[in-house]
Design a protein around this ligand. Sequence first.
Ligand code: SAM
Length: 310
Amino acid sequence: MVKTDNFQRPVLSLRISITNRCNINCFYCHHDGIIPQEYEMTPKEIERIAQVAKNIGIRKIRLSGGEPLIRDDIIDIVTRISSLKFKDIGLTTNGTLLEKYAQSLKDAGLNRVNVSFDTLNPETYRFITKSSYVDQVKKGIKKAAEVGLYPVKINMVVMRDLNHQEIWDMFKFCKENGAILQLIELLKAESCPDTDFFDDYHYDISIIEEKLKVKADEIKTRYFMQDRKKYFLERGEIEIVRPMDNTEFCKNCTRLRITPDGKLKPCLLRNDNLVDLMEPLRLEYSDKELEKLFLESISNREPYYNQCGL
Ligand code: SAM
């Protein structure tokens, strides 16, 4: 049965960060709010945590990082999670290794994939990521759609005068390749040594949203996903991901997180209430005892931005 926290928020999904390592270096990256650690959970430990999550009613798993596809045991990890029969297993990737892994990921039981891809322009890509994988990422996206991962979503962080002019080209690319475009508003990243980028590149995504409202044939709201809006137009789809540092984001948060070193993280924006699961696993806690740790963590969940008195 689905568990609900003290603010009537159901806990529906678990985002497991399986590594802090990444093979590109986006200048704006917030590293999913995770402080770097040396230890990485083994596939067996990840499977056990997923099993306990399933026992307490979590229905969906998303694998993230760092870059999840740089783990050479990624297929083993997905296979183990898939054997637990979740409603949905997704993965967020920078796409650089997706062409290589798409078929095996699909065969292992992965359902969907989000590919972070901000630009089609090789120079802009190099500026953002300090790498030159743009063609590999395009091939990865095509391959993911071909092998039947569904949906394939493209996460495009929109940045002023860097890629905001490219939105319609990216939309066209997505439509041609069977993908859905998600436009993400740039967030100030506290974990980033240089936060000046925010003032330089922040672009208010509501400008685009206003245009979409006029152009769209249909608009839908995703209630369990921070009330995100989906705009259907020109036989394609654009989703808008609003900034996370606000009361609305917290009000609609249905997600728990696990850090790569095996700590439960009840809030994206906090690191002072983590609950270690590795020591209990090594001490051979029973499923019931591990479930208790999850439930305690859920009962301590509170909205980070709570100004409207949720
Ligand atoms: N390596 C994987 C990837 O590239 O998708 C997963 C990790 S990455 C941190 C997850 C997502 O966070 C990406 O879609 C990325 O664009 C987004 N992201 C990172 N820093 C951000 C920021 N400052 N503002 C908005 N989105 C950000």
